[in-house]
Design a protein around this ligand. Structure first.
Ligand SMILES: Cc1cc2nc3c(=O)[nH]c(=O)nc-3n(C[C@H](O)[C@H](O)[C@H](O)COP(=O)(O)OP(=O)(O)OC[C@H]3O[C@@H](n4cnc5c(N)ncnc54)[C@H](O)[C@@H]3O)c2cc1C
Length: 295
C-alpha cells in the first residue's frame, strides 16, 4: 500500500518546523528517521495532512558531555549513539540498549528523538531514559519545557507532547563511575521488538547496594519503574537470595498486556527471569569502588 496524499515541508530551523506544526493545527507529523512513521503511513494507519521533515534542520544531531551530564540532540541517529565514546564511557547502559534496537539499517536512520516521541512501550530508549533518570527538552510556540520520563510517557504510543511541540534534546546524568549495569531482553528473533526487557543499574560495594534501578520494557503501556523491587536490594544487599527475592517482587509489580506476541502470564514470568538475569550480570560488572564513591 502507498501513503495517502500529504503536503511535504523541509524546514531549515526548529522555529520554522514549529510554525509549520502550528499552521496545520495538529494535522501535521514530524518526520525524523521514518523507521516507525513511514510504515504507519504505508499502512494508512496514520494519514497526516503534512509531513514536516526534520532532516534538513541544522544543529539537532550531537552528543556533548558537560558538568556530569550528556546532552544528545533529538536527530542523533541510533548508530551514532552506539559508537559514541562519550556514551560508552558515561552511559554504558544506553550503549548496550542501542545494540538491541532493530537492525543496523534501522539504527542508521532511526533517531533518539523519534524513538522517544513514538513511545513504543517495547522500545529500548524509553526504558533507558527512565532507568537513567533522564529528561527531554521540548520546544513549541509557547516556549521550552523540560520533562522527566514519567512526565513524557502517557500510554501506549502516547506522550504528553502537544501537536505543535517537538522534542529537541535528551539530557542524561552520567552513570556513577563503576556502576554495574545490564539490559536484558527476550524477543523471538534478533532485532525484533522485545516481548519484555529489563534495564538494571546497581551501585554498591562489598555486597552492599547503595542504589539500584530497575525498569521494564514491554511489561505495560509505559516503562515500569520497579521501585519496590529496588528497595529489597538496597535493604538486603546483593546476595543471590536478595536477587531472587527482587526478581519475584518485580513480577508482582507489573500488569502486562496479553496480545498476539505473548500472554500476560508469560510476560510476568519473563519479568521475573529477566530481572534476575539483568541483576546477576549487573553485579558481575560492578566495580568494587563504585559504592564508596556513591556513598
Ligand atoms: C523492522 C523494524 C524493527 C525495529 N525494531 C526496533 C526495536 O527492536 N527497538 C526499538 O526501539 N525500535 C525498533 N524499531 C523502530 C526504530 O527504532 C525507529 O527508528 C524509532 O522508533 C523511531 O525513530 P525515527 O527517528 O525513525 O522516527 P520516525 O519514524 O520518523 O517518527 C516516529 C514518531 O515520532 C515523531 N517524531 C519524530 N521526531 C520527533 C521529534 N524530534 N519531536 C517530536 N516528535 C517526533 C514522528 O512524528 C512520529 O510520530 C524498529 C523499526 C523497524 C522498521
Amino acid at each position: 500500500m502507498k501513503p495517502a496524499r500529504f503536503d511535504y515541508h523541509a524546514p531549515a530551523s526548529v522555529d520554522e518546523a514549529i510554525t509549520l506544526l502550528a499552521r496545520y493545527g495538529g494535522e501535521a507529523k514530524l518526520l525524523a528517521g521514518g523507521q516507525s512513521l513511514v510504515p504507519l503511513l504505508n499502512f494508512r494507519l496514520s494519514r497526516p495532512a503534512a509531513l514536516v521533515d526534520l532532516n534538513r534542520v541544522a544543529g539537532l544531531s550531537y552528543i556533548h558531555e558537560a558538568a556530569g551530564h550528556v546532552r544528545i540532540g533529538a536527530m542523533t541517529r541510533q548508530r551514532a549513539i552506539e559508537f559514541s565514546p562519550v556514551v560508552r564511557r558515561r552511559l554504558p547502559l544506553l550503549a548496550e540498549a542501542t545494540t538491541l534496537v532493530g537492525h543496523l539499517p534501522i539504527r542508521s536512520r532511526g533517531t533518539i528523538g523519534g524513538s522517544l516521541a513514538h513511545a513504543d512501550p517495547a522500545a529500548e530508549y524509553p526504558t533507558a531514559l527512565t532507568a537513567l533518570g533522564g529528561q527531554v527538552v521540548v520546544r513549541g510556540p509557547r516556549g521550552e519545557r523540560t520533562l522527566e520520563a514519567g512526565e513524557l510517557f502517557q500510554g501506549y504510543l502516547t506522550t504528553t507532547l502537544a501537536a505543535d511541540e517537538m522534542l529537541v534534546e535528551v539530557r542524561l546524568p552520567a552513570m556513577p563511575d563503576g556502576a554495574g549495569f545490564a539490559f536484558e531482553e527476550f524477543s523471538r528473533r534478533h532485532g525484533d521488538f522485545a516481548i519484555v526487557g529489563i534495564a538494571a543499574i546497581v551501585v554498591g560495594h562489598g555486597g552492599r547496594c547503595a542504589s539500584a534501578r530497575l525498569v521494564t520494557a514491554g511489561a505495560g503501556p509505559i516503562p515500569v519503574h520497579l521501585r519496590a523491587a529496588e528497595e529489597i536490594l538496597e535493604r538486603e544487599g546483593l546476595s543471590e537470595a536478595a536477587v531472587e527475592a527482587t526478581a519475584h517482587r518485580a513480577a508482582e509489580l507489573v500488569d502486562p498486556p496479553s496480545d498476539i506476541h505473548a500472554s500476560a502470564d508469560y510476560r510476568r514470568n519473563l519479568t521475573r527471569v529477566l530481572t534476575g538475569r539483568a541483576l546477576r550480570r549487573a553485579i558481575q560488572t560492578l566495580s568494587p569502588a563504585s559504592g564508596e564513591r556513591a556513598g
